[in-house]
Design a protein around this ligand. Structure first.
Ligand code: AMP
Length: 112
């Protein structure tokens, strides 16, 4: 989608601090971190948010969690990290492209 900022990151049109990428996912640091370690796991396929995950996307959604845990380990957060997905503006979603927040590092608990 042309007007989707995360689609533009996926397409390489906007730079990101990328931690992992494969054919289905890109993982990059959040531009406004809410914790010492804060990155986003983003599917390359455009889905508007968690409520748009269909049965056909279940493997992709599970992979998002698995990759989140692996990158969290690489970022040396130990066994303490938080996964957050916001759905809808009233829940604080501002980017309407599915993403999983991963927060960790010192100073837990983290704000989101
Ligand atoms: P949400 O409120 O769940 O929609 O979260 C969107 C997140 O995307 C926020 O934490 C933003 O700081 C982050 N964000 C927005 N634009 C960028 C960007 N260009 N690069 C990295 N993170 C971004």
């Amino acid at each position: 989608m042309d007007d989707c900022i995360f689609c533009r990151i996926v397409a390489g049109e906007i730079p990101a601090d990328t931690l992992f990428e494969d054919d289905e996912l890109v993982v990059f640091r959040d531009i406004a971190p809410q914790a010492p370690v804060h990155f986003l796991v983003v599917p390359k396929k455009h889905l508007s948010g968690p409520a748009a995950i269909a049965q056909a996307d279940e493997a992709l959604a599970g992979k998002m969690v698995r990759v989140a845990a692996r990158v969290a380990a690489e970022q040396k957060v130990g066994d303490a990290f938080r996964l957050v997905m916001n759905n809808g503006a009233k829940a604080g979603q501002v980017v309407f492209h599915l993403h999983l927040h991963v927060l960790g590092g010192k100073d837990a608990p983290w704000p989101i």
